[in-house]
Design a protein around this ligand. Sequence first.
Ligand code: ADP
Ligand code: MG
Length: 287
Amino acid sequence: ATPTSIMVGTGKAAESGILFKGGEHLEGTHKLEAIVLDKTGTITKGKPEVTDFSGDEETLQLLASAEKGSEHPLAEAIVAYATENSIDFLDVDHFSAIPGHGIEATISGKNILVGNRKLMNDHQIDTTGYEEKLINYETDGKTAMLIAIDGEYRGTVAVADTIKETAPEAIKQLKDLGIEVFMLTGDNERTAKAIAKQVGIDQVIAEVLPEEKAAKVKEIQEQGKKVAMVGDGVNDAPALVIANIGIAIGTGTEVAIEAADVTILGGELLLIPKAIKISHATIRNIR
Ligand code: ADP
Ligand code: MG
């Protein structure tokens, strides 16, 4: 690899909005065999909206007040929904986020839990009566959360995030380049599969805790494959580091951008197959 051709290649990439941190990553991109994409904020726009809420007004008030303490996109969607519905927010006495599960808060002496089945199971809250409803939301690609107050089920809230318009085309191009494509998410398996289907991904790794994302990338590497990880979140940073090529979404967090080898501007997924094509053209010129 001549330094000049690498410089030309990375320069060309930069003009398209693909920022390589160093020339060696262009060569690394050339060798890729598999690519793992995070779901929320990478494949989807990361701007979820509440589509369904069931519960009384007090439940909505406690739900939204509790979620005000969370920075999760799901929480932002719930807070926006409550604001649109003119809900008065209450003071929160205690708040804690439980990664991959949900949140817990104390408001006016009441205990509030919002999250997935795992969270409810951990607190011995029976959700069997609501299973059918959850499955319906999830089959539609929505993320469904359960709400419990003082240990009792009080309602559900479902949130939907839309896929990026160019995601299906980007996935198709990656497959045409002979790259194996995976989706990786902390979200529920059914929801993840519904979104994966919309973009043409058939290999889904779901319900992965934030601290397990890097280990999942490693498992694919252990099958002898050179892997790229694409992500936007703080959660994704360790996986971006461990991957052969870490690709950050330009609209994502600073932490992800710092951990990555490449950043794609504007979060445009079509820039990923483009980066691979540029690497092929560059390496071809070298040989
Ligand atoms: P993702 O990979 O989609 O960002 P996370 O690991 O952040 O996934 O979250 C996994 C799951 O944990 C969510 O799908 C949701 O069920 C639950 N969860 C996380 N944060 C919250 C929150 N602030 N409120 C309610 N549920 C949450
Ligand atoms: Mg994300």
